[in-house]
Write a protein of this length. Structure first.
Length: 63
């Protein structure tokens, strides 16, 4: 069984919209908390770190 975790910044509500993460020895899983049975992606750890850094600096913000 995979343990998925929501960000503590999601507001803590069960209905808060957020992504959830799961840690694996080789990768990080990402899924939409609104659709836990829906699509998910798995990124190698280093690729996930780069993506998180890009998001933090605004590289994927919408115009």
């Amino acid at each position: 069984m995979t343990n998925w975790h929501k960000s503590s910044h999601s507001g803590g509500s069960a209905t808060s919209d957020c992504v959830e993460l799961a840690r694996f020895p080789w990768a990080v899983g990402v899924r939409d908390s609104k659709d836990p049975n829906g699509p998910r992606i798995t990124l190698p750890v280093e690729r996930f770190r780069r993506l998180a850094a890009d998001i933090k600096r605004g590289a994927h913000d919408l115009p």
